[in-house]
Ligand binder design. Structure first.
Ligand code: AMP
Length: 581
């Protein structure tokens, strides 16, 4: 294994790396640093997040930059503001012994005037998001005539985020003599087309299989029904009391929903998604980085650029559509040589999605069983004992209270005392998980039984011909039944008529509220019908309601057009659930 000095880096840089604790180059650094220093050829690098790619492209640039000139000589493009800031910060750290080196991150959402005045003073390396970079070029505030290096970092992500036009404009505006360095975790055809159009005979390198992170990540999956996804997530969090994890969701809405549920259920969690303002996002990310948050529920895009080193788990609440995105997600753990676990929560139907991912990561997923209540109680109990064991006693402060405390506990022997202290925490878990059911596998039989017992099936004289669909039908129900907390079960839309299921307790309300109502001038008829299904109907709606004794305060609602079910109408037995922090 080589050392940084052998790669052609000067003393100033090597010393800064020593201070940062970088001892040996990562695989991608080992290949790309000497390559970029010794050759002007363009470079196409396959490198995932966490492989040390930032240093892989910045160090050779720093080594060759002309400090006697104030011209902008390198431009690094990154998909997000956070990543741009992170890269600029890394470069500042790498160049801390190069006094004349100026680096600046330019990104949208921040005052452009301040960025312009910094540029005026002379910045040799600019790290920018594509949109703001184009803006500065158009305003003629960013002069690219002396550019020698252009880096496209996370090129696939920039294209995923729709920056194709901006990249084209920037690439066109830079001198053809520059060296283009393209770093990407995946090479879909859009990235290949950028490489083809703008790079000259690029040298290709890969840090794919040997990257420091990916080898240390284990991939696990839990097989659960759709409605058990959320309770399974909670159990996974409960069996890992020291979890520090990003939970990836597919949509902003799902992200908010899951984060809200976790917060309500007492977990130390928060959400990160595009609906938040930049300031809100910054706060959440800072809290997570500082470990004041244990679980961050995020969309793929929002989590980009969040540089967190020691995640214990990455959890795919739902698998992404493209297997490339799975590698992005799982690459967030197992960074810089640390171990990590990437978990996928999948339904039996989704099992087919694992194979393409396994091919991509060149590893097998291991099936894990959702822990049962007893396992969790045991784990939490032992964790509590470890905490008691390791706690630092503040002798000075506690001293004056001890006589009274001893007096109050007088007469209890050691065993009795231990049992009582431990029970304070343990009882909550015990009661929470008492009668907790097995969440593994398909539970459609339980669901049917539940439906039969708790839901009434209604006939309605509207169907596809009336342009009725589940969303419209739910809207109609919402409009007519004023109580917004009624659970809706399956919906079947047929040609001329439809069926829907609804909380049995509201049967009379439904019948009454639909009397004398109209849909597109047609009088609506709603009647109770028997439970036997029509068979060929459109059974799009699964009943995802989940509130078996003690499992959850809320419904596990995965369908956007589903109404919220009433928490209070079911006796969720988690009132004793503890707040974590
Ligand atoms: P990156 O892929 O550039 O985001 O780097 C991932 C993480 O690894 C960052 O936290 C870096 O600070 C760290 N890192 C990069 N290169 C090395 C190295 N050679 N030795 C130790 N840590 C490194």
């Amino acid at each position: 294994m080589s050392i940084f000095k052998d790669l052609g880096l000067g003393q100033d840089i090597v010393e800064a790396l020593v201070d940062l604790g970088y001892e040996t180059p990562t695989h991608i650094q080992e290949i790309s640093i000497p390559q970029i220093i010794s050759s002007k050829a363009d470079l196409k690098a396959f490198a995932q997040t966490g492989t040390g790619k930032t240093a892989a492209f910045s160090l050779p640039i720093l080594q060759q930059i002309d400090l006697s000139s104030h011209d902008t000589q390198a431009i690094i493009l990154s998909p997000t503001r956070e990543l741009a800031i992170q890269i600029a910060k890394n470069i500042e750290e790498f160049s801390k012994n190069m006094k004349k080196l100026n680096v600046l991150a330019v990104y949208g959402g921040a005052k452009i005037d301040e960025q312009i005045s910094r540029l005026k003073r002379g910045v040799q390396i600019v790290v920018g998001t594509p949109g703001r970079t184009v803006d500065l070029i158009k305003r003629k505030r960013l002069n690219l005539k002396s550019i020698q290096w252009l880096v496209l970092d996370e090129a696939d992500e920039m294209l995923n985020m729709g920056f194709k036009d901006e990249l084209d404009q920037i690439l066109e505006a830079t001198p053809s003599s520059k060296q283009t360095l393209l770093f990407s975790a995946t090479f879909p055809k859009e990235v290949e087309s950028i490489a083809r159009n703008y790079m000259k005979k690029p040298v290709e390198i890969s840090a794919g299989k040997k990257n420091v992170g990916a080898d240390k990540v284990e991939h696990e999956y839990y097989l659960v029904s759709d409605r058990n996804r959320y309770p399974a997530l909670k159990r996974i969090a409960d069996i890992h009391p020291n979890i520090y994890s990003i939970v990836f969701c597919r949509t902003r809405r799902e992200t908010k929903d899951i984060a809200d549920k976790l917060i309500n259920d007492g977990y130390n969690a928060d959400a990160l998604h595009g609906d938040l303002s930049q300031a809100q996002r910054d706060i959440v990310m800072q809290k997570f980085r500082n470990k004041n948050l244990q679980i961050l529920v995020a969309t793929d895009v929002a989590a980009r650029g969040l540089d967190v080193h020691d995640l214990t788990h990455v959890i795919n609440y739902k698998l992404p559509d493209q297997s490339e995105n799975y590698t992005h997600r799982s690459g967030r753990t197992g960074r810089a040589g640390k171990e990590g676990i990437s978990i996928a929560l999948i339904t039996p139907k989704e099992k087919g999605k694992l194979r393409p991912i396994e091919r991509k990561i060149n590893k097998k997923f291991e099936l894990k069983l959702v822990p049962n209540g007893k396992d969790i109680c045991q784990k939490q109990l032992y964790n509590l004992i470890d905490k008691v064991h390791d706690i630092e006693i503040n002798e000075k402060e506690i001293k004056e209270f001890l006589p009274d405390v001893y007096q109050k506990l007088d007469g209890m022997d050691r065993e009795e005392l231990i049992k009582r202290f431990v029970s304070i925490e343990f009882n909550q878990f015990l009661s929470y998980y008492e009668n907790a059911k097995d969440l593994n596998g398909d539970d459609s039989r339980d669901r049917k039984k539940y439906d039969d017992e708790n839901l009434t099936r209604f006939y309605i004289n509207l169907g596809k011909m009336d342009k009725l669909n589940p969303a419209v039908l739910i809207g109609l129900i919402n409009e007519n039944i004023k109580n917004r907390n009624v659970e809706i079960g399956q919906i079947e839309i047929l040609k001329n008529f439809s069926f829907f299921e609804l909380d049995k307790n509201f049967t009379d309300d439904v019948l009454e509220s639909f009397q004398n109502t109209y849909f597109n001038n047609r009088s609506i008829i709603v009647e109770v019908t028997n439970k036997s299904k029509s068979g060929g109907g459109n059974r799009r709606k699964k009943r995802p309601f989940n509130n078996f004794k003690g499992e959850s305060r809320r419904s596990s609602s995965n369908s956007g057009n589903r109404r919220k079910s009433s928490a209070s109408s079911f006796s969720g037995k988690n009132s004793g659930r503890r707040r974590r922090r």
